[in-house]
Design a protein around this ligand. Structure first.
Ligand SMILES: [Zn+2]
Length: 71
C-alpha cells in the first residue's frame, strides 16, 4: 500500500487521490494551493458571476445552488 509522505492518506482513499514523484498526495497539493491563491480577487470574480443570478425585484431571496458530481 502506498501512503502520502506528508499526511499518510492511503492510495485506496475513496476520493481517488493521486501521488506525485515526491510521494505527496493530490489532497496535500491542493491544500498548498490555498496558501497562494488571491482570495480577494477570487471573491470579486464570484460576485461578478453571482450578480447575474441576483433577484432584482427585492421580493425574493438571492439563491444559487450548484451541484458537483464526485466520480
Ligand atoms: Zn497527503
Amino acid at each position: 500500500m502506498i501512503f502520502c509522505t506528508r499526511c499518510v492518506y492511503p492510495a485506496n482513499h475513496p476520493l481517488n487521490i493521486t501521488f506525485d514523484a515526491q510521494g505527496v498526495c493530490s489532497g496535500c497539493r491542493v491544500h498548498e494551493e490555498k496558501d497562494t491563491l488571491d482570495w480577494g480577487a477570487r471573491f470579486e470574480e464570484l460576485k461578478k458571476i453571482t450578480d447575474a443570478c441576483r433577484n432584482t425585484s427585492g421580493r425574493n431571496y438571492d439563491c444559487v445552488v450548484r451541484g458537483i458530481r464526485i466520480l
